[in-house]
Design a protein around this ligand. Structure first.
Ligand code: NAD
Ligand code: WQD
Length: 345
């Protein structure tokens, strides 16, 4: 850490990736201010972060669509060095059903944040983007130069539009942006005090696996085994959420040390390794010692058959590399699920 402790605003900081990033930021010596409307998280996470790090972050329950409330936070914290912007809705399927809900929340939040940052002369932003911006890539692994294809969902489109808004603003102002395109974050903190908290039936594979293993769901549906992959099931690049969180600390440091090469940079965050659905299930069975009940069902609409990241740019320029393997990811997700059952929150 550079001499003075730096203060960072983390939007969506009680959420899954935001909470893990807050832990890593605090452990790297940063002070953290969280803004979250708790639409997909709980304020108990603030205490959990405090338990892990010995220091609870400042927390404001505020909706980023409320510009005046956001301005108050910036007035109370005139010493913010930068912002890490996680807050967004992220359910792909729901975004197809309710596009306006997604466009409104994800884009108005970003516009308000940029407006208030400009007024407050806060010029550093790390943005949560997604591999979804690449759609079904023509070549693998996916580099940052891969074309941005028409988005499959309104959710994906909000990430593409957000990146465009950020680029346009950064072109004409002092704003600097690092857009991090995550592949598939899974797992939980080793303390098992924070983790993913899906509300209702999970959309994503790993919470579905852990909820089935704990007895909350009768079985896992494997969405198709007739894809053009070795075992016929889809391939993804799963990355441990703690590795992902650490990349945000490195990105913020890169900005604050003025090491960026241009006003907006993009990095893929993955492991560079593809894993099929069946391999993921096998890895879970191995670390948990349990047999999972699963059934092959039809394909889920909108799924691409395979995608994994080229991580050379992140490894080289950011100086960051994912360290945890699939089994660590699965074990940590399982420990978290067991803690949830034990009533940790
Ligand atoms: P999450 O839902 O756990 O966290 C997002 C947080 O933002 C939640 O706590 C929610 O309450 C908050 N929020 C949403 N809208 C808000 C608003 N208007 N004002 C204030 N707070 C608001 O999701 P996550 O998995 O931690 O994802 C974080 C970011 O990473 C999102 O932008 C998401 O699109 C992106 N992302 C996630 C994944 C993934 O698989 N989890 C992959 C790629 C990108
Ligand atoms: C993984 C694999 C499914 C559930 C999503 C978003 C993406 C990004 C990350 C935000 C796929 C299969 C899943 C199940 C299954 N998020 N599966 N049974 O779709 O790769 O990515 O999260 O930006 O934009 O789309 O992740 O975890 O839903 O699916 O067989 O019950 O598991 O078909 O192959 P996905 P996922």
């Amino acid at each position: 850490m550079d001499s003075m402790p730096k203060k960072v605003l983390v939007t969506g900081g009680t959420g899954y990736i935001g909470s893990h990033t807050t832990v890593e930021l605090q452990q790297a010596g940063y002070q953290v201010v969280i803004v979250d409307n708790l639409s997909n998280s709980t304020d108990k996470i603030v205490g959990q972060i405090g338990q892990i790090t010995g220091r609870a972050p400042a927390f404001y329950q505020i909706d980023l669509c409320d510009e005046a409330a956001l301005r108050m936070v910036f007035r109370e914290h005139p010493d913010l060095a930068g912002v890490i912007h996680f807050a967004a809705y992220k359910a792909v399927g729901e975004s197809v059903e309710l596009p306006l809900k997604y466009y409104h929340n994800n884009l108005v939040s970003l516009i308000n944040l940029l407006q208030v940052m400009q007024e407050s002369r806060v010029y550093n932003m790390v943005f949560s983007s997604s591999c979804t911006v690449y759609g079904q890539p023509d070549t693998l692994p996916v580099t940052e130069q891969s074309p941005i294809k028409k988005a499959f969902s309104p959710y994906g489109n909000t990430k593409q539009i957000s990146e465009e808004i950020l680029a346009d603003v950064a072109t004409v102002s002092d704003l600097k942006v690092i857009s991090l395109r995550y592949f598939n974050p899974i797992g939980a903190h080793e303390s098992a005090l924070i983790g993913e908290l899906p509300i209702g039936i999970p959309n994503n594979l790993v919470p579905f696996i852990t909820q089935t293993a704990i007895g909350l769901r009768p079985k896992i549906m494997v969405f198709g085994n007739d894809y053009n992959t070795p075992d016929g099931t889809c391939i993804r690049d799963y990355i441990h959420v703690v590795d992902l969180a650490k990349a945000h600390v490195v990105a913020m440091q890169r900005m604050l040390r003025q090491n960026m090469e241009t006003y907006m940079e993009f990095f893929n965050l993955g492991t560079g390794k593809g894993t099929s659905v069946l391999e993921a299930i096998n890895a879970f069975e191995k670390v948990s010692g349990l047999k999972l009940n699963f059934e092959i069902t039809k394909r889920r609409e909108g799924d691409v058959d395979k995608v994994w990241a080229d991580v050379a740019h992140a490894n080289g320029k950011l100086g960051w590399k994912a360290e945890e393997g699939l089994e660590e990811m699965m074990l940590s997700a399982w420990q978290w699920e067991q803690n949830l059952k034990a009533g940790i929150l």
